[in-house]
Design a protein around this ligand. Sequence first.
Ligand code: 8Y7
Length: 270
Amino acid sequence: MLDRPLVAGVVNVTPDSFSDGGQTLEPAAAIAHARALMDEGADLIDIGAESSRPGADGVSAEQELSRLMPVLDGLSSSPVPISIDTTKPEVMRAVIGAGAAMINDIGALRSPGALEAVAASGAAVCLMHMQGEPRTMQQSPSYDDVVAEVRAFLAERVAAAEAQGIARERIVIDPGFGFGKTVAHNFELLRNLHRLAEMGLPVMAGWSRKSTLGAITGRGAGERLAGSIAAALLAVQHGATIVRVHDVAATRDALAVLAAMDGLGGRGKR
Ligand code: 8Y7
């Protein structure tokens, strides 16, 4: 098992995140950003080309691949494993063929053919819970018992993955903070994250810059670093093994302080 939490750095390769770049600049900017996050100490780089923010529209597999493949090629000699955020089986197959170590699927491999695409490879997978779909998920999130429902969903998806031949050793679970959840739902899941960790699989938690932090602090998307750090620490204290963040260096410093308190050594221990 891991002796310290891992930090996954977020890299977006979407036109709206690099709006000043043309077709050829976008991959270059994404590659440079990924390298910078590696230098900051990222254990994993999660690259996404389909905006999954609330209200976002989808993109075609061709569009996704035209954005992702040059970035993967540019990072092919990098030592840090690459995760690709996608829900499409054709994208999964292509990026795994190009060296991606993990598929991060906000749809938990529910797209037809997605289980098979991952099973046919040796790649790891992150199975994330989402209520509804990105375009509409924040309209009226509703649960009787959010923790029990998220846990049952993830257990079902883990069982489906294992039945398809994906070994447990390859699976990470994630409650999907902000994906069809109110502020209260997100905090109830955070407080009870240990109940997901009890499933015996690594838990990923993504709070970085999310709107729930804006609701708590009153801060805009660009001003949520302190809130993001606090949430990442709380997630690790409540059982998260991987935190998905935009600000890798700051998160690593905060986790080093936590590790020092827990007696596991600081950032020297990698
Ligand atoms: C998460 C995620 C996003 C998350 C996992 C954002 C792609 C929204 N959030 N994947 N993706 N977990 N596994 O604000 O929380 O970063 S996109």
